[in-house]
Design a protein around this ligand. Structure first.
Ligand SMILES: Cc1ncc(COP(=O)(O)O)c(C=O)c1O
Length: 400
């Protein structure tokens, strides 16, 4: 193994010749893509609810076991459509700050006021206990996030929403293929939204979906998603162009067909990460609870700098130079981003777990193009770096 001065950050050769990113692309075989795209060009039907988009609506609803899957062109638009579909033109929505900013900005776009809530240090998601004290007469909804595909306290939040007559929305962007107590996560809440971004387990290059069992909400969401005159199912004030194209739907169908095998391969790699990184001092790797299943797309590690000897940012910097491109989600927290950070009340808001996670979370690469040997090698590198932590800390200060 390398000596401290041989690591790439200090001039050595990187451990990997090519960068390994978080969200490695789960792409179907090229010959399958070619056949699908030939069909689109032969039919000359590229968008406006073509046959592939309609087929994917049905296939994804069946996959989730819900009545309606309303597919759109990305996960952000899914959240925007969902926020409008709730039908409130004002009111407070309790939402985590530890999430992709789109979760919160979609609420603001719909005229709603986000009320930031801290998350559980174990699951990184909202819990009913944390949400309850934030409910006021102005609260209209709770927006939980199934972050990393971890269930966001679905049953307890549903009970709380019912107790106070609130709507319940889940951002399930990370959660395709994940279940809680045997039920796909898209079945929880009034509405659940998904992302089929290129880095997600189902990859449509870009894509998203709103899932619901409620016919009235489905009618509103379908109307909001499109200006297309044939898509008028409910009276709504605002419509946008959120249609999924045929190219996206074609990719989504191929990717959905490979979901189970991609999850199985992700799981194998995740197990190696668990066995190897879980053993190292100061590193805690998130694993699904026994009665949940995961898509294992996210390898999320929380780093305790005292015990690990290196803080998250030091480790990330060293790994980056080795071409192991880990990601620091969701620094600095949505409440510290524009436009929210300009609100004087939010400037002093304390969300201790969120702030700690923004400082300590590091997500490692996973996805189909990676081999189990790649993962073992990444773990070798992390182990060696932590074993040399005192010497590396001193060297890092010199290259600051
Ligand atoms: C939690 C979460 N919600 C929503 C989104 C938005 O999805 P998209 O990139 O498809 O717009 C993302 C994107 O990664 C996300 O991580």
């Amino acid at each position: 193994m390398k000596r401290p001065d041989q690591w790439a950050l200090f001039g050595g050769t990187p451990s990997f010749a090519q960068p390994l990113h978080v969200g490695q692309l789960n792409l179907p075989q090229w010959d399958q893509i070619e056949v699908t795209f030939r069909g689109i060009f032969e039919r000359q039907w590229y968008t406006n609810h073509g046959p592939l988009a309609r087929e994917f609506d049905i296939a994804f609803a069946r996959h989730l076991g819900v009545k309606h899957a309303i597919t759109v062109n990305n996960g952000t638009v899914a959240l925007m459509v969902a926020a409008r579909t709730l039908g409130f033109d004002q009111g407070e929505v309790i939402v985590p700050s530890f999430t992709f900013p789109a979760t919160v900005q979609a609420l603001s776009w719909a005229g709603l006021t986000p009320i930031f809530c801290d998350v559980s240090p174990e699951t990184h998601t909202l819990t009913a206990e944390q949400v309850r004290p934030l409910i006021t007469p102005s609260t209209v909804a709770i927006a939980g996030v199934h972050l990393w595909g971890q269930p966001c306290d679905p049953e307890a939040l549903a009970a709380l929403a019912e107790e106070f007559g609130l709507a319940l929305l889940f951002d399930a962007a990370h959660a395709v293929g994940c279940t809680h107590h045997g039920r796909p996560l898209g079945q929880f809440g009034d509405l659940a939204t998904f992302s089929f971004h290129a880095t997600k387990i189902v990859n449509a290059a870009e894509g998203g979906c709103i899932a619901t069992n409620d016919d009235e909400l489905a009618a509103r969401a379908k109307t909001i998603r499109s200006f297309h005159p044939g898509e008028q199912y409910a009276p709504v004030d605002t419509r946008i162009n959120g249609k999924m194209s045929e190219a996206q739907a074609g990719l989504a169908l191929l990717s959905l067909a490979e979901l189970e095998s991609n999850i199985a391969a992700n799981r194998q790699r995740h197990m190696i990460y668990q066995q190897r990184l879980g053993e190292l001092p100061g590193l805690r790797l998130l694993t699904p609870a026994t009665d949940d299943t995961s898509n294992y797309q996210y390898v999320t590690v929380v780093i305790d700098s005292e015990r690990a000897g290196l803080c998250r940012d030091q480790l990330a910097r060293l790994l980056d130079a080795e071409n192991i491109i880990c990601r620091r989600y969701f620094e600095p927290g949505t409440h510290r981003l524009p436009p929210y950070r300009d609100d004087p009340a939010l400037r002093v808001l304390s969300l201790p777990v969120t702030e700690r996670l923004c400082r300590d979370v590091l997500v490692f690469p996973n996805g189909t193009p990676m081999t189990e040997d790649d993962v073992s090698k990444i773990c070798d590198v992390v182990e060696a770096l932590l074993a040399q932590a005192p010497a590396l800390r001193a060297k890092l200060e010199q290259v600051a």
